[in-house]
Design a protein around this ligand. Structure first.
Ligand code: ATP
Ligand code: MG
Length: 431
């Protein structure tokens, strides 16, 4: 016999945890719809090239991908993020030809990265993300951030802060890369091994390094804001003006570059500021990407998106003492007394058809045990299917709030349930 455990960096979602996830998904989905986003589902794995693009220097692509081949020829990768697959699909399905641009899509599901697992950092984790592809406007950047921000607020969370920066257009970034290379080259020996490689490949990445974050050479590093050309500066100013208009608080972080290579202009991160989350403080993050659609063979159109980590959201909720798992309570419980055959199941089914969350007793159990179940579930109404009453075509129904009980004919069962439930709900409202 072997005792298996779930792989390192993964976790089981228990039925209690599932309630939290469902609550989260429901809230995020309905807000996304509210902002005009519709769901897209792409494969969990793609051709490796979808994620590993030419010259990509990010850690995620170079160190963290689960890549496999079943025939020694084709290489596939478990998706480490959602954007690339969605953009691949946008191009493949010629969504750029839709009359209405941008196309606004959201996705939800597991992502895979081979990381060092810790609280809030897993190898399989869930992301909810949005992509708004096919148009470029500062209003769209601000609207995307506003959507994520309203998700956090709607969940009842408040301790977050938006950090924002602009990476500018191609020309601005080229300027900046040259300045960074010039600055870091004399300090190459003081950088970590990865940053030495980044210096040659993409010096912007050095600013995102967690190892060198406190390295003294970082102190006087040139800032991108000094390398932005006038159009890039103007775009950034407009994004900030939109955020001001939407009353979304933010801080400009001139060193924010983000971990993926495809960003242009706006980049942002929204972090937990309770101080307990440490390096896992970022709850959602994203930005604009100008070159990704054309990279996949589509037209020169821009996109904007963000991804939100569900585990981080749950951590934030725990930090703030916000409950995400207010499970809907059982409305009706059907007890059985004596030899009543399949009647409890039938009565439960009828109650469910009326829209009530219902459960029933299916095996012979003492009345005491059944009443305990009713208490535990905190059911609003108890239906008692008794052998002798049923023989006369009747059933007992009890209002658990007032403790009043009535005996009614089976024909009146549904109406009585409805009336009783209405009384109970009115009573609760007036409290
Ligand atoms: P970090 O800097 O924390 O590694 P990242 O920049 O790699 O984050 P993104 O690729 O922007 O993260 O992903 C967006 C969001 O997904 C993050 O803000 C975070 O909430 C979540 N996330 C990313 N990686 C993980 C992971 N390994 N486990 C759990 N959540 C994650
Ligand atoms: Mg990361």
């Amino acid at each position: 016999m072997k005792n298996y455990q779930n792989p390192k960096g993964t976790y089981d979602v228990s039925p209690e945890m599932a309630a939290k996830y469902q609550q989260l998904e429901g809230t995020l989905e309905s807000l996304a719809h509210f902002y005009g986003y519709e769901e897209i589902r792409t494969p969990i794995f793609e051709d490796t090239g979808v994620f590993k693009r030419e010259n990509d220097s990010s850690d995620m692509v170079n160190k963290e991908m689960y890549t496999f081949s079943m025939n020694g020829k084709d290489s596939f990768t478990l998706r480490p993020e959602g954007t690339a697959g969605v953009v691949r699909s946008y191009v493949q399905n010629k969504m750029y030809a839709n009359a209405d641009q941008p196309v606004k899509m959201y996705y939800y599901g597991p992502m895979f990265r081979h990381e060092h697992p810790q609280k809030g950092r897993y190898r399989q984790f869930e992301q909810f993300g949005i992509e708004c592809i096919g148009a470029k406007s500062p209003m769209l950047d601000a609207e995307g951030i506003a959507l994520g921000y309203s998700m956090i607020k709607t969940l009842g969370l408040s301790n977050v802060r938006v950090r924002i920066n602009s990476l500018g257009d191609d020309e601005s970034r080229k300027n900046y890369r040259a300045k960074l290379t010039e600055y870091f080259r004399p300090h190459a020996e003081e950088l970590c091994a990865d940053c030495k490689r980044r210096l040659e490949q993409n010096p912007l990445r050095i600013l995102d390094c967690k190892v060198d974050a406190d390295n003294p050479v970082m102190k006087d590093v040139p800032l991108i804001s000094d390398s932005l050309n006038e159009p890039s500066k103007e775009y950034f100013r407009e994004v900030l003006a939109c955020l001001d208009a939407l009353v979304i608080p933010y801080v400009i972080d001139p060193k924010l570059v983000r971990g993926l290579d495809y960003y242009t202009d706006t980049v942002f991160e929204v972090e937990n500021i309770t101080g307990k989350a440490g390096a896992q403080a970022t709850v959602f993050a994203g930005g604009r990407y100008d070159g990704l659609v054309s990279y996949f063979g589509g037209p020169e159109v821009s996109g904007f998106g963000f991804a939100m980590g569900m585990e981080r959201l749950i951590l934030l909720a725990e930090d703030e003492g916000v409950k995400l798992d207010e499970k809907p309570k059982t409305d009706v419980y059907v007890m059985s007394l004596g030899n009543v055959g399949t009647k409890p199941l039938e009565l439960a089914t009828e109650a469910r058809a009326l829209g009530y969350i219902t459960d029933f007793n299916y095996a012979p159990r003492s009345l005491k045990a059944q009443f305990k179940t009713v208490d535990r579930l905190d059911a609003k109404i108890t239906v008692i299917a008794g052998e002798s009453e049923l023989a006369e075509g009747k059933v007992n129904i009890k209002n658990n709030r007032t403790k009043e009980q009535v005996t009614v004919s089976l024909e009146d069962y549904a109406d009585t349930l409805d009336e009783m439930m209405e009384d109970i709900l009115n009573e609760t409202d007036s409290l």
